[in-house]
Design a protein around this ligand. Sequence first.
Ligand SMILES: O=C(O)CCC(=O)C(=O)O
Ligand SMILES: [Fe+2]
Length: 361
Amino acid sequence: MGLGTVDSAFIQDVEHRPKPTISDAGDIPLIDLSPLLAAPTPSGAHEEVPPAGLSGLVEEVEAACRDWGFFRVTNHGVPTGLLERIQLAAREFFALPSEEKRRVARDEENPLGYYDSEHTKNVRDWKEVFDFTVEEPATIPSSSDPGDERLQEIKNQWPEYPHEFSEACKEYAKGVEILAYKLLELIALSLKLPPKRFNDFFKDSTSFVRLNHYPPCPAPHLALGVTRHKDAVALTILAQDQVGGLDVKRKSDGEWVRVNPIPYSYIINVGDIVQVWSNDRYESVEHRVCVNSEKERFSIPFFFNPSHHTMVKPLEELVSAEDPAKYHEYNWGKFFKTKRSSNFRKLAVENIQIYHFRKTQ
Ligand SMILES: O=C(O)CCC(=O)C(=O)O
Ligand SMILES: [Fe+2]
């Protein structure tokens, strides 16, 4: 990071390097959530039928999740001031000298804090990150070993500078979590389920927020800010700045398309957990981040995750004799622990993925 030349650990294989031009994902759905402010909230519904004012919105969410796995939202209710405050805190934190940032570095024991050497698909990402959980502390398994039932409390590591940092982070997380629950309820309704069908899974959540900083890169045609990947989570709620660089693999034709920034909107994507719960009705879609040689970029994903003890499997209501469960169940905590410990270093093999739980048909 910050090297004049690019270390070979960052270099992508030829087929995964970004092309010089990319088309804009202009047709990615943009959903106006204002009906949520005017009509009863999704939680006002007690049945699988959305309240009158929300049925159009639920249909839009259904189409977006089915056709794209990605959408953007406006009028989402997260106060602008919360986003501006955490963006400023992130900018100030990443501008600190490296030794200062390393005082809150993650290590093998604690997966939270600062980190600049993540490998996605065994290629190093051109970025530095800071992770914190929404619940403080959060509980996860101590080991990825399925026979080991011990648990571990993971604690946020807050830096001394900037002084406002932890406050800005905590308040932002609380604000976005409200939006996360609204989206979860809309997604439940869109699958013809009661709006709170998923809510219990999120008590004692393992949700976390990541601050991403992508410094200018001298070789943006060779490296990526984040290598192509799918999010292992339930839902991601992403704030990106005005620089741009997020690419989504469009389902209709498999082309990479750029999600250009719209100020104060959020980018939502369904993760692997929703894919499994919905028995593949909604797929978790591949995405990546391109970097550029002039501008640094910041982004802030909120990863909405269930409790560690959640057993993830296709929902009973969505499977039938004609449409049997496509996945074996897996324990979210063990999955998370395996993924978090293995992305700490370059591996000789691929990291854990949900298709390892797919049933052969
Ligand atoms: O920076 C972005 O736009 C997206 C980052 C991302 O995909 C991730 O952190 O999982
Ligand atoms: Fe992602």
